[in-house]
Design a protein around this ligand. Structure first.
Ligand code: DGL
Length: 276
């Protein structure tokens, strides 16, 4: 049977990350596109991705895409910089024409090029993201004179996943990283890990307005909206708000608590092991 365009448009948007970080992007997508149903997958069994090999992250990403494709997702958003760095091309190839694929890196690089040409920009991310050098390569390709200062900040993801994002412990760790020599003299700091918007207020408090702290969630949500609109895949308004689904590969109480706090609504987490 031939599937018509309106049926395709009613399908959900699939979003994945290693944990709660991708919720920062999911929230921006839900705000920008309130009629879209979201299927979120947090791969908590394999967190943190930033410490894993490229091959391991690729294997997890493909497994998660299988889950999201089984849910008939029309678009898969890799709401994780580490997975975007390690697996974006592979995921695109794997998914093929079955769904549109959006990653974190290209929309963010375009945004930085537009707003920070000729200026020094800091970047913090996981070891995988920073070690891959992908932001530097893509920003240099723009040839707009953006001077990138990148620093891996591996303690931040476990700290956030454990719920430490608004107190003395996180303040000390954030200060230690932002004091680093690599990040001096920058005009803006790019949060190249989707967990980091959760500690954006503390970074802004550290900088006291001297440096702009860039949360790319809205930029990526706009890219998702444009990608769907270009293919006439935007969902039509319905009477009831869409019922989002949240899956985790390993159930943790802190994930549930953070998800509820962060997504701002009661969320039903379902346990979905990637490997039986
Ligand atoms: N939120 C992720 C990112 O954007 C992954 C963090 C991790 O699991 O290490 O890189």
């Amino acid at each position: 049977m031939k599937t018509s365009a309106p049926d395709l448009a009613a399908r959900p948007i699939g979003i994945f990350d290693s944990g709660i970080g991708g919720l920062t992007v999911a929230r921006a997508v839900a705000q920008r596109l309130p009629h879209e149903r979201l299927v979120y997958f947090g791969d908590t069994a394999h967190l943190p991705y930033g410490e894993k090999s490229t091959a391991a992250i690729q294997a997890y990403s493909i497994k998660i895409c299988d889950v999201l494709l089984r849910q008939h997702c029309k678009l898969i958003l890799i709401a994780c910089n580490s997975a975007s760095a390690a697996a974006y091309e592979l995921v695109r190839e794997y998914v093929g024409s079955k769904a549109v694929v959006v990653g974190m890196i290209d929309p963010v690089v375009a945004h930085v090029g537009q707003h920070y040409a000729g200026r020094p920009v800091g970047l913090i991310g996981t070891k995988q993201t920073v070690g891959s050098n992908i932001y530097r390569k893509k920003i240099d390709q723009l040839d707009l004179g953006v001077d990138l200062h990148a620093l891996a900040t591996p303690l931040l993801v476990p700290m956030i996943e454990e719920g430490f994002f608004a107190g003395r412990v996180s303040e000390e760790i954030i200060r230690a990283y932002l004091d680093h020599a690599t990040l001096q003299g920058i005009d803006a700091l790019l949060l190249a890990c989707t967990h980091f918007p959760l500690i954006k207020p503390q970074m802004e408090a550290y900088y006291q307005g001297r440096v702009a702290v860039l949360d790319p969630s809205d930029v990526v949500a706009t890219t998702v909206a444009e990608a769907l609109a270009a293919r006439q895949l935007l969902a039509s308004p319905a009477e009831a708000p869409p019922a989002h689904h949240f899956y985790v590969s390993d159930f943790t109480r802190s994930f549930e608590e953070s998800t509820r706090l962060f997504f701002g609504q009661e969320v039903q987490l379902e346990h979905y092991p990637l490997w039986e």
